[in-house]
Ligand binder design. Structure first.
Ligand code: GDP
Ligand code: ZN
Length: 342
């Protein structure tokens, strides 16, 4: 490397030429550099500062509040720091044994979206655990009501799901029924940031388009016909709705492996936790222990056996990932490897 002074590089390193950091928020993540919006509404593509990605390998996620600098000599802004997150949606990285993956940060509400015509209770239970773990307000949205067989069927599903979710808000809509869309619209008030969590094809893009009044998101039909299906699924964007609320679609989220899930399970299974409070043993596993109030509830017919089975299996998954994390942490300390995040 040349020892000669490099005016450009020196200028970049000199404090006087680097503009002071400004605050911004990550509003789009795609294949390119993160797009940051500052407090005046300007947007910039940003590179992560080397210091950020080296040590703990931290990457910004959608919704992150960040500090950005604009060096004179660089065309791209530099993402210097990720500010502490108020909350996060976290799953286990599907490609790793014991690594977390943060999918979004700093949101107020999380919509768990499933089609009423093809409701998957097991997935709903899992989604609710992850959603509750974030600490945000949880809203369950059942789409495609027009595909239900009858009004009776809708009502019976409404009843069943409401029982499952307790006090969380439940909304049922159909893209061709305006009043139902207006009810959903009310749940995106000005100043709030919401994320949509749900399998591909449940109608998230359609909903965003309906609320926006324009085609801001490509729906399944468009994604298929333009052959860019894979490309569009990786993009995450914060979209401003006409009423002033923001919504983030979370496409491409297939696997929802649990990460930190103790609180989420407690809240998503508050019915079971309530029974558990009166078990004879405080650490009752609701297996073969005497005086188990949870099993008694199943025997009385107050609690569905399938629900208890889901609870057991999610608890076990949570326990397993905890063990693996502890194992990975021990190896990390022993080998001096940096911790990996997001
Ligand atoms: P996403 O993958 O969750 O974003 O789902 P899309 O919005 O792309 O929708 C998937 C498919 O379901 C598309 O073919 C939509 O036209 C269709 N769809 C969305 N909402 C409704 C609805 O309320 N009723 C019916 N019948 N189809 C819908
Ligand atoms: Zn018990």
């Amino acid at each position: 490397m040349s020892q000669k002074p490099d005016p450009q590089n020196d200028a970049y390193q000199g404090a006087t030429s680097v503009n002071a950091c400004m605050k911004g928020q990550v509003v789009k993540l795609d294949r390119g550099y993160p797009l940051i919006k500052d407090e005046t509404g300007h947007t910039y593509r940003c590179e992560h500062a080397t210091a950020l990605v080296k040590g703990e390998q931290v990457r910004a996620v959608i919704g992150d509040n960040v500090l950005v600098s604009l060096p004179d000599s660089h065309e791209k802004a530099i993402l210097e720091e990720i500010l502490p997150r108020e909350n996060e949606l976290v799953r286990k990285d599907p490609t790793e044994r014991a690594v977390a993956q943060v999918l979004a940060a700093n949101f107020d509400q999380i919509f768990v979206v499933q089609p009423i015509s093809d409701l998957n209770m097991k997935r709903l239970e899992r989604e609710l655990v992850l959603a509750h773990e974030t600490g945000a307000r949880v809203i369950v949205l059942l789409t495609k009501a027009d595909l239900a067989e009858s009004v009776d069927e809708i009502e019976s599903i409404r009843h069943e799901v409401q029982k499952l979710i307790g006090e969380d808000t439940l909304l049922i809509m159909s893209a061709d029924h305006l009043p139902s869309i207006e009810e959903v619209r009310k749940e995106f008030p000005e100043g709030t940031i919401s994320i949509l969590l749900g399998k591909s094809g449940v109608g998230k893009s359609s909903l965003i388009n309906l609320l926006s009044g324009e085609e801001v998101q490509q729906t399944a039909e468009v994604r298929e016909t333009d052959g860019r299906g894979r490309h569009t699924t990786v993009s995450r964007e914060m979209i401003k709705l006409p009423e002033g609320g923001y919504v983030i679609d979370m496409p491409g989220v297939r696997g929802l492996g649990l990460w930190d899930a103790d609180d989420g399970i407690e809240q998503a299974f508050s019915d079971i936790e309530e029974y558990a409070a009166t078990c004879k043993f405080r650490d009752c596993g609701h297996g073969s222990e005497p005086g188990c109030a949870v099993r008694a509830a199943v025997e009385r017919g107050d609690l569905a056996p399938a629900r208890l089975a889901s609870y057991h299996s999610l608890k076990q998954e949570s326990k397993d990932i905890k063990t693996r994390r502890e194992e990975a942490e021990r190896i990390r300390i022993r080998t001096g490897h940096p911790r990996r995040r997001t």
